[in-house]
Design a protein around this ligand. Sequence first.
Ligand SMILES: Nc1ncnc2c1ncn2[C@@H]1O[C@H](COP(=O)(O)OP(=O)(O)OP(=O)(O)O)[C@@H](O)[C@H]1O
Length: 350
Amino acid sequence: MMVYRVAVVAMAKPSFLRADQSMAGNLSFEHTSYKRRGDLVFVINPKGANGRTGKEWKKLVPYLRSRLGRDCNICESFTSGPSHAIDITREAIREGADAVIAVGGDGTLHEVVNGFFWEGKPVSTLDQGATHTTALGLIPLGTGSDFARTFGWKNDPNEAIERIAKGMKSRIDVGVISGKSGEPHYFINVADIHLSAKAGYHASRYKRFGNLCYFFGALQAFTGHSNRDLKIKVNDEQWEIFSQVTALCIGNAKFFGGGMKITPNADPCNGNFEVVILQDFKWYDFILKLHKLYKGTHLSVKNVHSRSVQSIEVEEIAGSGSIYVQSDGEHLGFLPQKFCILPAAIEMIH
Ligand SMILES: Nc1ncnc2c1ncn2[C@@H]1O[C@H](COP(=O)(O)OP(=O)(O)OP(=O)(O)O)[C@@H](O)[C@H]1O
């Protein structure tokens, strides 16, 4: 789908994006006859954090323009609904944007990351040769904003603008999920299975309560929950059985669920996931051990297993098709699924 169009004028390539006014949904870009330092496309979810993202963004724009506008072409693109950020990102990359910056929570970042890929391959710029890369940026303004926590970033847009102004970049890993059918799906933060994924599924309905949504989601997920026997295959080796699994979490970064440091050794730049498996947890274990899960000191707790992997395949032994899977806090579907790391897949502004 064409998300925005660049009016074509007769001029030497490249054609660049320029948008000095914002519009809901599709954008029209003017050309500039020269390339300034960078073309930045901001992808804003106005409904993020129960509408707070849109309000904060409005307040932020004058400062953003004064801080970055002299050196960069600034383009604002508002998402009109789920998945729109994926299309905006693909189009921006094809048109040669220097950075696509997600403005919102982990869900918006997740969609922008998925926009860096198309049919299993990285999206590339149409007419600037193989050397041009589009960087990923983030202004964290969501409910949980868990990915940002790994880097110690707060929901502070001014800090984020400084990072963009400095323009320090490094390559980070991305996870790819392939189920039995359909397109590969990408994640940047944490993918998780069973109880936590079910909790996240329910939490999305309570975002108006801020971080309390995770508590309400967890309460609902416990209703009718039972631990299940799973089999896993790590790095394409032998299948192993893990009995009575409560949750299995695959971290490219460390935090999920609004600040729980579930995969405390994960590092998005090291070419590995950290997998943490909780087995045979009862509801009261979460009460007794919750502080450890938030602090990331739970790896020494009984029935907690952790390892570093490049790929992991997970199936339920009973094959009920009812084990929830989420990635970056977004409901993905059900088991079976395979998760692989794509080392250094995206350049990120940090
Ligand atoms: N215009 C829109 N209207 C409704 N939903 C939207 C719109 N644009 C994007 N979305 C959806 O909103 C969801 C949540 O957005 P986002 O992650 O930015 O905020 P959040 O859920 O409050 O934060 P977090 O994920 O960090 O907890 C995304 O999954 C996205 O698909």
